[in-house]
Design a protein around this ligand. Sequence first.
Ligand code: FPP
Length: 227
Amino acid sequence: MTPNPLRHLAIIMDGNGRWAEERGLRRTKGHEAGVETVRRVTEYCAEDPEIETLTLYAFSTENWKRPKMEVDYLMHLLEKYVRLERERYMSRGIRFEVIGDLSPFSSRLRETLEETREATRHNRALTQILALNYGARDEIVRSVRRLLAAGEEPSEASISRHLDTPYADVDLLIRTGGEERLSNFLLWQLSYTELFFSESYWPDFSVDELRRIIEKFQSRRRKFGGI
Ligand code: FPP
């Protein structure tokens, strides 16, 4: 059997808070530990010649409901990560992208995101996309608004073209943390995606586990609606 090509991997990184709480730590410590997993997984994907795109759900449109202290901490962590990661992106050939509605973020965070996007835009080993203040329904609505403003007719092709993600559809989605739901992530792009759910909390998610999931993904038979 020919293995399925894995060009686009998407991950819902869940379980940071529980990882920390089970250790008697503050939830923010879980997010901090989660950053290390982001690094490990991103480097693994950059070294895999088949994977072109890695999309990570880092902050949803619903995450604003969390206590202000946790939201502020996540913003601080993101800004620091994206700024400090620039060198590593360059040495590993990683292009950095963001999707979502960035308008509510601070100008400092938006500038850092833009500077890193700009600095890494010619890198080709992997595109790492952070979904920030992202909601799939919101993305679809914004796409329809854009296409109407451009005087186009709504169609599958035109909606796809105006999404935040003009990338290939997602081949494999992994959600860590034991919950089995999509939480408004990439709904349009997940139409034919293979889904895997891991019990591991995100800070514990290892490259070995990722490798095992990819092997299982490659042995699945994808039908895309055919037989
Ligand atoms: C879900 O865990 C995780 C998030 C809401 C944020 C994800 C953020 C990171 C992995 C760290 C920062 C990311 C980058 C790219 C710098 P949760 O808090 O919902 O966990 P729980 O379900 O156990 O409460």
